[in-house]
Design a protein around this ligand. Structure first.
Ligand code: SAH
Length: 381
């Protein structure tokens, strides 16, 4: 194989690993598919046919692409992989929430959650296996970052979720609020969003997609310049001192920088940034916190989403009582802020970010903790 062959079909910003092993065909966008069919000696329109099978029909074999010539199907199957994502566990909550634990090719596991409500069915997507952001209240943070997900792996969650839907159910909204920091996996996030929103792809309106970030400032600006999705910023604190602790990325991008960036964002008319705020008893739920939040958000096109903390085994933090959350909300309302309370969903199935994974890997996690504790003690000697 010569060098130019090797490049065919390889997206420029998403290089394959150096092993030259076949890659999942859902890592390829339309341009890449066009290059791949050209190199197979086929006409360009074949790329759109393939994209239709991949992104509209959600097939999991090349044989299913019935309108392609057999030779092309064989060639594609030699160069690329295409397989349904393996579901290793499903939890079904009494409130209709379903949480899927998915096993990736290398054994990594990620979570995807289907959340039905009255007027919509939302899919909560993971962007990384684990997370490097280290937020104190988050179960995924305990894993550390294992690796970025590929485009095919991020999108694979949608097809796995679709197979779990009831006949009359349809996914209407997509939120990147699962495991990982989506903006820390930027090139693959953009490629996935492109395939999700493009007419040749899934054709989903960007208005139905929300990317939630802990506040990676430079990437926030880039994202909205590229694709006009909704943005949610995980705020959780009104002082740098507290946010440094709850969301350590604040040490790199402190509140002033974060809010300056938010004001500059190219928001579409009438659209607003959602600020997420996990309510932690005695930590960030006081009247003073609420008043500070009103002041901080006054210059922003903002709405607030107050979130009940979902406790998990290893956390010493506690959820704020409903009365405190409602009092907090009332102060925001009086300050002219739109503020909603996100009811906990799937509490009976460990649905908070990273929790199901943690349950499945309890031994592994506790072994790592013990090792870390030992290393810590050794360091103090
Ligand atoms: N890294 C991104 C997306 C993943 S977290 C971000 O930080 O936004 C998605 C949302 O889930 C965040 O608002 C986060 O604060 C919230 N979350 C994480 N752990 C939680 C828990 N134990 N209880 C309630 N909400 C939690």
């Amino acid at each position: 194989m010569n060098l130019s062959d090797h490049r065919i079909g390889e997206p420029t910003d998403d290089p394959p690993d150096s092993s030259g092993a076949p890659r999942d065909i859902r890592d390829l966008l339309l341009d890449d598919l066009e290059a791949a069919v050209a190199s197979a000696g086929e006409r360009p329109y074949r790329a759109r046919q393939i994209a239709h099978w991949l992104w509209q029909k959600g097939v999991d074999s090349f044989d299913a692409m019935r309108d392609l010539p057999a030779a092309l199907r064989i060639e594609l199957s030699e160069r690329f992989t295409l397989a349904a994502t393996e579901v290793s566990a499903v939890r079904r909550s009494s409130d209709g929430t379903r949480k899927l634990l998915l096993r990736l090719g290398d054994g990594e596991e990620i979570e995807t959650v289907i959340i039905p409500s009255e007027d919509r069915t939302t899919l909560c997507l993971s962007s990384q296996a684990g997370c490097a952001m280290g937020c104190e209240f988050c179960a995924t943070a305990r894993m550390g970052l294992h690796r970025n997900l590929t485009t095919a792996e991020i999108a694979g969650q949608i097809f796995a979720a679709r197979r779990e839907l009831k006949p009359d159910e349809r996914l209407t909204n997509y939120v990147f609020m699962g495991m990982g920091e989506p903006l820390a996996n930027y090139p693959r996030l953009i490629r996935t969003l492109t395939a999700m929103t493009a007419p040749w792809g899934m054709g989903i309106s960007p208005r139905r997609i929300t990317v939630s970030t802990v506040g990676l400032v430079p990437m926030m600006e880039k994202l909205l310049a590229e694709i006009p999705v909704n943005l949610a910023v995980s705020l959780h604190a009104t002082t740098d001192e507290l946010r440094d602790r709850l969301a350590p990325i604040n040490q790199r991008y402190p509140l002033k920088e974060l809010f300056d960036a938010c004001r500059r964002l190219p928001l579409k008319s009438r659209s607003r940034i959602t600020f997420e705020y996990v309510m932690l008893a005695g930590v960030n739920d006081s009247v003073d916190d609420a008043r500070r939040l009103v002041k901080l958000l006054a210059p922003q096109r903002a709405k607030v989403n107050l979130i009940f903390f979902n406790p998990f085994a290893e956390s010493i933090l506690e959820r704020s009582p409903r009365s405190a959350v409602e009092a907090f909300q009332a102060i925001l309302h009086r300050g002219n802020l739109t503020a909603t309370i996100r009811e906990s969903r799937g509490l009976d199935i460990a649905a908070a970010c990273g929790q199901l994974y943690a349950e499945h890997h309890e031994q592994e996690v506790s072994a790592r903790k013990n090792a870390a504790a030992e290393a810590g003690t050794a360091g103090q000697d």
